[in-house]
Design a protein around this ligand. Structure first.
Ligand code: UD1
Ligand code: UDP
Length: 368
């Protein structure tokens, strides 16, 4: 029997890997071992509970205000003896986090095949997003199988010289995950405060925005609430202290800006469904937005997810205060612009991605 070793560590990886873990665990021809690095702690736990996934190993690496060196060094140090002992037939990683990159490096050093889920996304700028663009390119370079979520991502891999026999366009497991998150309710406290208003959901956490970008984003939020008295903004703040200090400096003392803890994914998706608009620098939210029927303004200069922009649900705004205000005003002022964004079609697959990936891995081992 073949052994698969699945590793993830952050909130978005968990949301998009759990549906695949559940599918892999149904198979009798594999043993599937799940390991979390614990790069995230509080933000990971509710997702594991929702999907009822119990990791076999938890490396428990998270430190307050951790650096990229902290994450990569503790992951490689703790994973090496574990993988060396288990000797899996393949390691499965997701996306572009430093957990995924450091795990891939361990796989490469130990000569164990790596399988990359959500491969081929590119901005072609190693510092935007930072360090994710470098991470995903390096992971793809080393991986034995790349699962691209779209035609565009698949084409990027082929253009970079990957063997077409090792790359597959399978859709994104983010859409599979939505089947598990559709029954949530908005927190009662938040619901009372947003009654009769147009709701804007905000999330922001990117490392490349720590140097001025976050302040500029938060100033635009204050000005938008001053310009539109029927707008209320809910911001489930990322746990990163670098994010929170700017949020507390700029966004407090405004009764139409609600700061709260990160929401569990069921509540977050119901919040998005109720939102007139979401402002975000998140990657995963750009993928979910078309399926949740919520227009999205992306608070970054570049995105590796052009598909939802082309589908019409997402607009790229960057972090400049005036540009954000102008783009948001255009949506708030024009119903037809808003409705067109709301009704675009999801470009990320049919929700059967985990099943497709599982079948391809089965064939890979059958032929090996
Ligand atoms: C990480 C990923 C990023 C991904 C994001 C999703 C890297 C380098 N970054 O960034 O690609 O988009 O996750 O959210 O891999 N913290 C807690 N509790 C938690 C989680 C975080 O307290 O459950 C705090 C800790 O102080 C931690 C800090 O947030 O040190 C930063 O976490 P980290 O994983 O390094 O960075 P993210 O910005 O979350
Ligand atoms: N999300 C959540 N609760 C929140 C904010 C976001 O469950 O309070 C979910 C969101 O629906 C998406 C994922 O977390 O599935 C995105 O995570 P994040 O923005 O942290 O990471 P990124 O996608 O940018 O890597």
């Amino acid at each position: 029997m073949k052994t698969l070793f699945v590793v993830f560590g952050t909130r978005p990886e968990a949301i998009k890997m759990c549906p695949l873990v559940l599918e892999l665990k149904k198979q009798t021809c594999f043993k599937t071992i799940v390991c979390t690095t614990g790069q995230h702690k509080e933000m990971l736990r509710p997702i594991l509970e929702l999907f009822n996934v119990v990791p076999d190993y938890d490396l428990d690496i998270m430190k307050q205000d951790q650096t990229l060196f902290d994450i990569s060094s503790s992951t490689t140090e703790k994973l090496r003896p574990l993988i060396d002992k288990i000797q899996p037939d393949a390691i499965i990683v997701h996306g572009d986090t430093t957990t995924a990159f450091a795990t891939t490096l361990v796989g490469y050093y130990l000569r164990i095949p790596v399988i990359h889920v959500e491969a081929g996304l590119r901005t072609n700028d190693s510092f935007s997003p930072y360090p994710e663009e470098f991470n995903r390119c390096a992971i793809d370079k080393i991986s034995s199988i790349c699962f691209a979520p779209t035609n565009k991502a698949y084409a990027n891999l082929i253009q970079e010289g990957k063997d077409p026999e090792s790359c597959y366009n399978v859709g994104n497991t983010a859409i599979d995950a939505l089947k598990y998150t559709s029954n949530g309710n908005i927190d009662k406290n938040i619901e009372d405060k947003i009654k009769g208003k147009r709701l804007i959901t905000l999330t922001a956490h990117r490392r490349e925005s720590f140097d001025g970008g976050l302040e500029s984003i938060f100033k635009s939020i204050v000005e938008i609430t001053q310009k539109y008295d029927d707008v209320v903004v809910v911001y489930p703040m990322h746990k990163n202290p670098n994010v929170r200090k700017h949020a507390y400096d700029i966004l407090t003392n405004n009764d139409r800006i609600i700061l709260c803890e990160p929401l569990d994914v069921l509540s977050f998706h119901s919040l998005m469904k109720k939102s007139y608009l979401t402002l975000t620098d998140s990657g995963g939210i750009q993928e979910e937005a078309p399926s949740l029927g919520c227009p999205v303004v992306v608070l970054r200069d570049k995105t590796e997810r052009m598909e939802a922009i082309e589908a019409g649900t997402v607009v790229l705004a960057g972090t400049d205060t005036n540009r954000i205000i102008s783009i948001v005003s255009n949506i708030l002022d024009n119903n037809e612009v808003h409705d067109k964004m709301k009704n675009a079609i999801n470009p990320y697959g049919d929700g059967m991605t985990s099943n497709k990936i599982t079948n391809i891995i089965k064939n890979y081992f059958a032929e090996a």
